[in-house]
Structure formats: structure tokens, C-alpha cells
Design a protein around this ligand. Structure first.
Ligand SMILES: Cc1ncc(C[n+]2csc(CCOP(=O)(O)OP(=O)(O)O)c2C)c(N)n1
Ligand SMILES: CC(=O)[C@@H](O)[C@H](O)COP(=O)(O)O
Ligand SMILES: [Mg+2]
Length: 635
């Protein structure tokens, strides 16, 4: 927990500037306090754990050597920002992290000038850093330094290479710190991972580095002498001392790898690189989970562990209660589809753990593809596979699919290829917040001709929908949220493309729910029993939408409420109204209930839904309003 008595150094830090005058020993003490906060507080809630433990020393060394926030620091992705928050004036609020109204689990410029961009998606740090540097050059503020810290998981993202390409040409001073911990969420994949492994085998890191460190010790770290040292290092390249030729050839100086848990050494290298001209890549080796043995031993579990208790036998998590989440049903359906049909493949962009695909990876390894944090590539790759006759499933979070929008358009939809998008985390993702809420996919996917889009309202429908998607020769998408999937006591109607199903009859009005909001619609109808008889329809499809059902409900008596866990702009309600307008129906009694046209913050999913009137109680209130009944009953 955060307690000033337990963390006197952190408690006294208003910002990170004093760190510049701290001795190495004192910085080590700050590191210990940070780990104490992380290990104690983060055991109480799901949060990014191992990544933060791994960057404590790097974070302190950076703040000790640079003049942030005048100099600029970008943490790629942003999930490893906790130590940075703790030393930039947010220690006293830290207990609120990832809770509604509290600190965000990612950088947030509204919280502090030390945070530059609100991010949570991986890969863009080098681009924004190159842009910041360029902006400073244009405005003659060349003395301001810029640093991007990027993990080895994020590094292979295509956009990083676009940025390096640009940085090498511009030649502006810039430090890119590559934080290599051998891990993405799962063990990292790809040829770049192998290249980084080879660099780790470099004598610079394994032994001969002491020679370079000795040199560093004898060269003052500013101005020309640093350049002289660099020249010596360049000579070293010829002698095979240094690696990183991939970067050197792009006019990006490569230095490293160095130990990322040695603050003294890190500071020495940061002094060197901050005074070098042109772009520099400093390769830092860290251990994900460093300082807490169980996390270092199992960094996959400890990426975002649930609340746990530290016992003598090791960390113990509470057994999870409730029904299995949609993700489990999706995984099981994917596995069965792959077992039944050898044309079916699954592609993940580094989210094997989040999508719970480990059994698929183990049981069908030749048709499981983890392409790394490269969503654009994942989708174009799927298109290529589909062209050969395979039936690829892209298993992806709704928010991350945004990174491949043009590939969905050009490589998949325009070619009318049968790629299936399993859009997980479609809806509010809770404590991750606005960077991760999957609330736009209905709108952005339904724009494309050829696309078939559906959403299950309960567990049994998911597999049926996947089977239907596999039957059709067009691109399709299935969306479902980060939530338990309800088990309804019914046999689902057959899935017919573009057809809804009626789950409950009633004459006073109709709720048409798309996807997981069906559960809330049914609960709202229950709450209203005795007051109003509400019909509940499971829409199933947003594209093609059930025009006959719309004609029936809008043309009939009573109010109509559309319901979805997505933004109100361009979503299911919009599609519903477009259809009603096409059919020249009178829509005055139709009300669309969805998330507002604003970025929704972080917090508990049910609480956030409640704030947007998407809880059963909120929906029941809207029904009463539409029926002209006072809402005093529910309050
Ligand atoms: C575009 C995008 N895709 C996927 C993710 C999910 N994700 C978050 S952190 C992470 C692993 C990042 O690995 P790395 O950059 O090496 O950081 P580490 O956790 O190892 O410190 C992934 C896949 C994301 N945040 N953004
Ligand atoms: C930083 C990031 O993008 C992931 O770690 C994400 O927070 C995972 O979300 P889930 O916990 O929903 O898998
Ligand atoms: Mg990593």
C-alpha cells in the first residue's frame, strides 16, 4: 500500500527533479520503495504487474539523467508507466490507480505534464518521438531532448520501422531505448526476436563490455569527448565488439546491450547517448517481473494477474466465480472448428494469453499463427491465407483491430475474402479505460460491403455464429465483450443470416438488443414485470440487419428501444434507424440506447454501463420514460 512512513523517499518527491542529485545508493532505495508499492498494491487488483517491476531502474536512471518534462519521455504502449507515475507527483494518489475517478493505468496528460500522450496501444512511441524532435527543431528548441522507451514486444510493429526509416533520414538527435525482456505478453515471436537474441550474445554484453565500461569511466560524458568515445566505439564495431548493424545501416547508432537493472551503468550510458548527435538506439536488457520471484518466473501470468495473496507456498489467487467469459466460448469454438476443418487457421497479434488460445497453440500448432504486435500484417496475412483456400480466423481485440482498418477494407472486404474477425473485448473493458474500450467496431466494420456482422447475446450462440461464418464465402465478424456469457434456458433458433430471434413477448414496447446487452434487456424486462410488458428481441445481426423485424416493431404499437455496448455514432441503433428510414417507417417512438459520443473513462464495467443507462435498472427507467410512466418506482 502507499503509506508515507513506509516510503519516505517517494512520499517526499513532488516531482522527479530531485532524483538528479541523488547518489546511486539513494536511487537504489527509491527503487526498493517503488517495488514495495507495486508488489503490495497491485496484488489487490488486476493491473500491469511484471512489466512495471522490470523498468524500475530504467525509469529512475532516465529521470536522473534528463530534464523531464522539459525533455520529453514517451513510454511505448504505456502499461509500464507506474514507476514513472510514482516519481512524478502521483505517489499519494497511487492507491486509486485503475479505479473509477482515480489514476489511469496508462500515461495521461490530464494527470501530469510528465505524460505526453494518452496511449495504450503499442508501437507508436518512436513515431511520436521523431515528431516531437522534429517539432523542436522547427521551433529552434534543439536543447530539448527526446526519449522513447519501447519494449521488445512492441518493437516489431510495422510503424516502428516506418519511424526508424524517417528518423535515420532526418538525422535529428533522438534516443530510443529498446527495453528487451524477452517477452511480449507471451514469449515474443518473430525474426526480430531472434535477432535481439543474437545481439544479447554479443561480447559487449557477455564479457568484453567491461572493456567498454572501462573506457567510459575515463571519458567525461559531455560534448566532444563523448563523440571521441563514440569514434572509438565505431572502431570497436570493426573489431566485432558491437552489434546492431541492422540499425547502423539505417543511420541509427546502436549501443548495447547493457544491463537494465544497474542504475549506475544505465546513467553512464544515458549520459553518453544524450550527448550524441543523430538518432541512437540503446539496447537495454531487463527481466520482466524483476524483484518479485514468482513474477520473474511466470511473467505471462503476472502480466496482469488477478488479485492474489502472497503465501509461503507462493502467490495464491482467489477462485473466480461466475460463468465463463465469452472469450472461453470463443476459444472452444475456434478449437473445435480447427479440429473439424483443416482449412481453418487462427491468427493472433500477440494476444494468445488474452484470447486464451494456449490450448489451440498446443493442439494445432501448424495452424496457429502469432504474428506479434502487428495487427495490420495479421489482417493482410489472413487475406493471403484466405486467397489460397484456407478459412482464417483473426482472433483480435476490437480496439486493436483499429490498427488494421485499411487492411480490413482493401485486402479483405474489397476482395470479398472469407476472413472471420472474432472481435473480443468488444464493449467496455473496465479498468483499462478509453484506450482499450472496444466501442467503435460496429460502426467501422459495417461500412464495408460484403461484410456479415453478428453478435451473440448468450453463450450457446457463439459457436453457432462461428459455424455460420465458416459456411459463408464473405468476410464476417463476431463481436463479444470482456464479460461472462449468460447461459439461457433455451435452444437457440437456427442462425439465419440477417434474422433476429424473439426471446420474450410483450405488447407495451420492444427492446431490440444487439449482442451482450441482451442479458440486460431481459433483466430490465423482468424488473418491469407487473408494470409493463416488454418484448425482447435478440438482433443477432447488424449487417445484414433484419429489415422485416424492424418493419414489424417500428410499424407496431408501443415504444422501441435499441440497445448496444458500443458508441451511439454509427452503431446498431444508427443501422436500425437507417433501415427504418429506407422503409419509410415512422421512427418517432424509437430510442437508441448506447454509449455516449465521448471517450468513456476507466472503472468497473458494470458501473460504467450504469452511468450510460445501460444497466438493467437504467434500461428499465428508459422504458418507463418511453411508456410515459413515472420513474419513482426504481429509485
Ligand atoms: C496495438 C496493440 N496490440 C496489442 C496490445 C496488447 N499488449 C499490451 S502490452 C503487450 C506486450 C508488450 O510487450 P513489450 O513491449 O515487450 O512490453 P513488456 O510487457 O515486455 O514490458 C501487448 C501485446 C497493445 N497494447 N497494443
Ligand atoms: C497493455 C495491454 O494492452 C494489455 O495488457 C491489456 O491490458 C490486456 O487486457 P486484458 O486484461 O483484457 O487481456
Ligand atoms: Mg518485452
Amino acid at each position: 500500500m502507499t503509506s508515507a512512513a513506509r516510503h519516505p523517499l517517494l512520499a517526499a518527491l513532488g516531482d522527479s527533479r530531485p532524483l538528479r542529485d541523488y547518489s546511486h545508493e539513494k536511487l537504489d532505495e527509491v527503487a526498493a520503495e517503488i517495488r514495495d508499492v507495486l508488489c503490495n498494491l497491485l496484488a489487490t487488483r488486476t493491473a500491469h504487474f511484471a512489466s512495471n517491476l522490470g523498468v524500475v531502474e530504467l525509469c529512475l536512471a532516465l529521470h536522473a539523467e534528463y530534464d523531464f518534462p522539459r525533455d520529453r519521455l514517451i513510454w511505448d504502449t504505456g502499461h509500464q508507466i507506474y514507476p514513472h507515475k510514482l516519481i512524478t507527483g502521483r505517489y499519494h494518489d497511487f492507491a486509486s490507480i485503475r479505479t473509477a475517478g482515480g489514476l489511469m493505468g496508462y500515461p495521461n496528460p490530464a494527470e501530469s505534464d510528465y505524460d505526453l500522450f494518452m496511449t495504450g496501444h503499442a508501437g507508436s512511441s518512436v513515431s511520436t518521438a521523431v515528431g516531437l524532435r522534429s517539432g523542436d527543431y522547427v521551433q529552434n528548441e534543439r536543447d530539448r531532448k527526446t526519449v522513447a522507451v519501447i519494449g521488445d514486444g512492441a518493437f516489431p510493429s510495422g510503424i516502428v520501422f516506418e519511424a526508424l526509416n524517417n528518423a535515420g533520414e532526418l538525422g535529428d538527435d533522438l534516443t530510443i531505448v529498446l527495453n528487451d525482456n524477452k517477452m511480449s505478453i507471451c514469449p515474443r515471436t518473430g525474426a526480430m526476436a531472434k535477432y535481439l537474441d543474437r545481439l544479447r550474445g554479443n561480447p559487449f554484453y557477455t564479457g568484453l563490455k567491461s572493456e567498454v565500461v572501462r573506457l567510459l569511466d575515463h571519458v567525461p560524458m559531455f560534448g566532444d569527448p563523448a563523440e571521441r568515445l563514440l569514434a572509438q566505439m565505431k572502431e570497436g564495431v570493426k573489431a566485432g565488439l558491437l552489434g546492431g548493424m541492422l540499425f547502423e545501416e539505417l543511420d541509427i547508432r546502436y549501443i548495447g546491450p547493457i544491463d537494465g537493472h544497474d542504475i549506475q551503468l544505465l546513467r553512464k550510458y544515458l549520459q553518453l547517448v544524450r550527448n550524441m548527435s543523430g538518432p541512437v538506439l540503446l539496447h537495454v536488457v531487463t527481466e520482466k517481473g524483476h524483484g518479485y520471484k514468482p513474477a520473474a518466473e511466470d511473467p505471462v501470468f503476472f502480466h496482469t494477474p488477478p488479485a492474489f495473496k502472497d503465501t509461503d507456498e507462493g502467490p495464491v489467487t482467489l477462485p473466480s466465480s461466475g460463468l465463463p467469459p465469452y472469450t472461453n466460448h470463443a476459444r472452444d469454438a475456434i478449437l473445435r472448428a480447427m479440429q473439424n476443418d483443416h482449412r481453418v487457421t487462427v491468427i493472433t497479434a500477440a494476444m494468445c494469453q488474452g484470447n486464451k488460445l494456449e490450448p489451440v497453440r498446443e493442439q494445432v500448432p501448424d495452424r496457429f499463427f502469432d504474428v506479434g504486435i502487428c495487427e495490420s500484417h495479421a489482417v493482410a496475412f489472413a487475406a493471403g491465407q484466405a486467397k489460397t483456400g484456407l478459412r482464417p480466423i483473426v482472433d483480435i481485440y476490437s480496439t486493436f483491430l483499429q490498427r488494421s482498418y485499411d487492411q480490413v477494407f482493401q485486402e479483405v472486404a474489397l476482395q470479398d475474402l472469407p476472413v472471420i474477425f472474432m472481435m473480443d473485448r468488444a464493449g467496455l473493458t473496465g479498468p483499462d479505460g478509453p484506450t482499450h474500450h472496444g466501442v467503435y467496431d460496429i460502426g467501422y466494420m459495417r461500412l464495408f460491403p460484403n461484410m456479415v456482422l453478428m453478435a451473440p447475446g448468450y453463450a450457446a450462440e457463439l459457436e453457432l455464429m462461428l459455424q455460420k461464418a465458416l459456411e459463408i464465402d464473405h468476410p464476417s465478424g463476431i463481436r463479444y465483450p470482456k464479460a461472462s456469457a449468460p447461459q439461457l434456458d433455451r435452444i437457440p433458433d437456427e442462425i439465419v443470416i440477417g434474422k433476429s430471434e424473439v426471446l420474450r413477448d410483450g405488447g407495451d414496447g420492444t427492446i431490440v438488443a444487439y449482442g451482450a446487452m441482451l442479458e440486460h434487456a431481459l433483466a430490465a424486462a423482468d424488473l418491469l414485470s407487473g408494470e409493463l410488458n416488454v418484448r425482447v428481441i435478440n438482433a443477432r445481426f447488424v449487417k445484414p440487419i433484419d429489415e422485416a423485424m424492424i418493419a414489424d416493431v417500428v410499424g407496431g404499437d408501443g415504444f422501441v428501444i435499441t440497445l448496444e455496448e458500443g458508441t451511439t455514432v454509427g452503431g446498431f441503433g444508427s443501422a436500425f434507424l437507417e433501415s427504418a428510414a429506407r422503409q419509410r417507417l415512422d421512427t418517432r417512438r424509437v430510442r437508441t440506447l448506447a454509449l455516449p459520443d465521448q471517450f468513456v473513462g476507466h472503472g468497473d464495467r458494470s458501473q460504467l454501463l450504469d452511468e450510460s443507462q445501460l444497466s438493467p435498472r437504467g434500461i428499465a427507467d428508459v422504458c418507463r420514460e418511453e411508456a410515459g410512466i413515472s420513474n419513482s418506482v426504481s429509485t
